[in-house]
Write a protein of this length. Structure first.
Lengths: 385, 385
């Protein structure tokens, strides 16, 4: 096999319990730091601010994080940040906080508006240092060139993809994830699992990324239930942080596919969180993709510890069921009707999903409008095949 | 398991056939580029220079690469480079060319002398862009924070380790490796294999790096003989480039161990190339390390396609033999006496190796002076056990 790939990862990834404390080491030449933090991490942000202050570095803290950020969230924040004039931006939190920080870091100067940068390679530049600090094990945004916005008018999520969104430093500190409640641990963890599975089985799957994705599936598949059951289990948290990091490392080079495409309308229209949307849809999209993914699903079965089947087909089906079982045992809603989505919404959602061509194109098996309707319908009823 | 790690890799790794041509994309904001190239790549350097010239970027080319560079090599080069005043340095070649380019990039301003930066974290800064272009599949230097110099007085290799030596862009283009003669393909390939095996079985081995190292062992173990046999086999070259890249990715976080420590005196005293020194010593050090590495060697056996043994011990021994067989079938000298090293040199070499504490400390099993003498003696006689 002859293959090519451009790998764009942050030049520094600080992984491990306690790594939050090394953030100041990466700000040596900065004078003013803007910190955007999810509210529950305000105290950690303040602690960081004090440490920086002792080193003569000023900081401005904001907790103005809107979940699944709409365009409007980027109307007031950049102006405040511009007035402060930082030379570094730090995002502390889940995907929304980190994505917002990433977007602010390229938008605050006012040179480009949010609408200008939607799509791929539309960002012109970034002049400040950018540090992401992940507090969930799910999004992987700490290492990706991607940020996602909600277009509230079109009721659809839209992606910004640019090398200028890749942080200079990613901090992945499992201790920060210990306080996550079980429901968030579960949905963000299954989101990370989805990143790995969609990268591994991607139409544009790549040997370099396959290896990372499969490791991610292994770490998450063997530790998510433990992390949900006991949030203080630092071993399980460390494993989940690594699995999530691996998921994020896949997202730049290969990116996601059908699950994410079909999840977008759930977020845009029904405000279902990104993690829950992906978790619920994952097994149903896997069933659709099965004909193209038998060998790879069989490999997934192997790494998540499902006893081997009599044939790759049997093992592949067992993998799908095991993924659904992990999701269910973590108390993720089993189907769309449990999310109070009306069955009548299916055809509009399927039409909306068809617009996410950027991700649908990555899917290992074509998803037509009819396929999307059938997948949503199965996911609504909770029918796995 | 709870674990921590700092990952420092180049923010851009361009991997694949033809990637040499994207170098100018990574020099958009540069005006003057210093190119240090191994002589056989002078024409490629000139081709690059012309492309840059058409974009208004001036360049200065040097082929002043000394193999296993001594300190003196860094006496004249930095002055020439300073006079030119580049804002980017590109190293095109094997480990020596890339290491020299890395060293020049931090030394040419004259702020620090070579002797000042020996050791870990002694480099103060780097103000120019640095791009490494690998033309062998071996060193992995294109992605490491390491450069190695020969101390001709002490007759010993000395390492410089610094985050300022990590390039901004690493170009790994298998097409550049096609012209490598079989002997260099073999020794550099076994060097890369050594990086992976020493990282995987390291005393400070790490789950994140284990995965990369084992993939490297797999790609190299299954493709080196093909690449040696037919240099134009681009599939084998691509596999070797990836294996070598993986080896390099291990070197920052975990680094090498006993093989490299024992190889240093062969280079310093007898001018045996780095690749050959490591290749010849590898199986003999593996025998010494076996008691601490049974499970990991058994895993190596698995990934390089050695039929399973009746026990992990059997599989582990088969792995050592297979590594030796690959080396031999690539026409690497089987022992130290074939390298014309006098048997009488063993005790002095063992004493010299004992000074490489930085690497000996990484070895999975303690190597005493007596152990080193025994390993050299077995390697001299070609006695695998």
């Amino acid at each position: 096999m002859i293959f090519s790939l451009t790998l764009n990862w942050p030049p520094v990834i600080e992984f491990g319990p306690g790594k939050f404390s090394v953030i100041p080491d990466h700000l040596a030449e900065c004078r003013k730091v803007f910190i955007l933090a999810d509210m529950p991490f305000l105290n950690r942000a303040e602690e960081l601010s004090e440490t920086l202050n002792a080193k003569g570095i000023r900081s401005l803290i904001s907790t103005d994080v809107v979940p699944e950020p709409p365009f409007e969230a980027l109307e007031r924040l950049p102006a405040q940040v511009k007035a402060f004039g930082p030379d570094a931006v730090i995002g502390i939190g889940g995907g929304s906080a980190m994505d917002l920080a990433k977007l602010v870091s390229v938008l605050f100067t006012g040179e480009q508006r949010p609408v200008d940068i939607i799509g791929t390679n539309q960002v012109n530049r970034r002049d400040v240092r950018l540090i992401t600090v992940a507090t969930t094990s799910g999004t992987g945004s700490e290492v990706t060139p991607i940020a996602v916005l909600t277009d509230t008018r079109e009721k659809l999520k839209k992606g910004v993809v640019s090398r200028y969104l890749i942080p200079d430093v990613a901090i992945v500190d499992p201790e920060l994830t210990v306080s996550m409640p079980p429901s968030i641990t579960a949905s963000t963890g299954m989101d990370a699992m989805t990143h790995c599975i969609e990268a591994y089985t991607n139409r544009y799957a790549h040997p370099i990324i396959d290896n990372i994705a499969l490791e991610g599936i292994r770490w998450i598949g063997t530790h998510l239930e433990r992390a949900v059951k006991n949030g203080n289990d630092l071993e399980a948290r460390t494993a989940m942080s690594l699995g999530s990091l691996y998921g994020g490392m896949c997202l730049g080079p290969v990116n996601t596919a059908g699950v994410h495409a079909l999840a977008y309308p759930l977020g845009g229209e029904f405000k279902i969180s990104h993690g829950v949307s992906n978790s619920v849809l994952l097994p149903f999209v896997m069933v659709h993709n099965l004909p193209e993914c038998v060998e790879k699903y069989a490999k997934i079965a192997e790494v998540i510890g499902v006893p081997g089947g009599s044939s790759p087909e049997t093992a592949a089906k067992k993998a799908i069921r095991k993924i659904r079982d992990i999701s269910n045992s973590c108390n993720i809603p089993p189907d769309l009707k449990s999310l109070n989505i009306p069955e009548s919404a299916i055809s509009a959602m399927a039409e909306a999903a068809m617009n996410v061509t950027r991700l649908l194109d990555n899917n290992p098996r074509v998803i037509t409008l009819e396929d999307a309707e059938r997948i949503y319908s199965n996911a609504w009823n909770g029918i796995l095949e």
